[in-house]
Design a protein around this ligand. Structure first.
Ligand code: SAM
Length: 251
């Protein structure tokens, strides 16, 4: 077994043992409380390994994105039963039939937006709040919308506890955007839809960028990057195939 595999295996066993003591009630808990210092060190190492092996190795280069991915504790955004897998290269179940996206996908979508510290973003599909936290590490302000009340409320609570003062969460249908805060410098949609919602195009500011999975919401979609130029003209690029949960709502 290679050195890196042994390390991953050791971290997994440690976390399984650490998390295996919970009772059935705690297993449904949405928070990863009572983490010891030793566990915190393991998570930090697992996160470093995630960035090296899943994100840099797959071509993400933006140092701001890499720093955010190294910093934000993904294990605090997943249900307790998923904590041992928090730094694996895959989406995880967050309840209500929804997922927290694969770390690489979060990194690559964030990089495509070319975020900087002056920007305001809209995210559609808050889920756990992880993508919002990654953006909030880099940019000035994040507005995020979640359609499932329980997920929106728990993400709001979690982000508040984590002291993300530059994130605002709203429970609503994100298809229609968040008009009172428009225009946005960047917009990210983390659920699949068969067209780009016109209200999101309208709410994208001049020079803005939007990333969204477009295609059949029940099979595979294309990750699409839309850009609005200073005159308001919109161009789109289909980048690569992705698989997201559907954008629901009344559209
Ligand atoms: N970005 C999330 C994270 O970091 O955990 C993961 C998003 S998950 C793949 C997609 C989310 O979009 C789900 O939580 C789902 O409930 C939400 N969603 C689906 N349709 C929506 C809509 N019309 N408006 C807002 N949120 C929606």
């Amino acid at each position: 077994m290679g050195k890196k595999w042994s390390f991953s295996f050791a971290v997994l066993i440690f976390l399984l043992l650490a998390c295996g003591r919970e009772n059935a009630e705690e297993a449904e808990s949405d928070e990863s409380e009572n983490i010891t210092n030793q566990q915190t060190d393991s998570f930090t190492r697992a996160r470093e390994q995630m960035v090296e092996e899943q994100i840099i190795r797959n071509g993400v280069k933006d140092e701001k994105v890499l720093a955010a991915m190294r910093k934000v504790p993904r294990h605090q955004f997943v249900p307790r039963r998923e904590i041992p897998y928090a730094y694996e290269d895959r989406p995880l179940d967050i309840g209500h039939g929804q997922t927290i996206s694969q770390p690489y996908m979060v990194a690559v979508m964030t990089e495509l937006l070319q975020p900087n510290e002056k920007m305001k973003a809209l995210e559609v599909g808050t889920g756990s709040g992880y993508q919002a936290a990654i953006l909030a590490e880099i940019i000035k302000e994040v507005k995020t919308i979640e359609i499932i009340k329980e997920l929106g409320d728990s993400a709001k609570e979690r982000l508040k506890k984590m002291k993300y003062e530059n994130i605002e969460v709203k429970v609503a249908d994100g298809y229609y955007g968040w008009e009172e805060h428009a225009p946005f410098d960047i917009i990210i949609v983390t659920a699949a839809v068969d067209h780009i919602p016109p209200p999101l195009i309208e709410q994208l500011g001049p020079g803005g960028r939007l990333v969204i999975p477009v295609g059949n919401p029940f099979t595979v979609q294309d990750l699409v990057l839309a850009k609005k130029d200073e005159e308001g003209r919109v161009s789109t690029q289909h980048l690569f195939p992705v698989r997201f949960v559907p954008l629901t709502g009344r559209h």
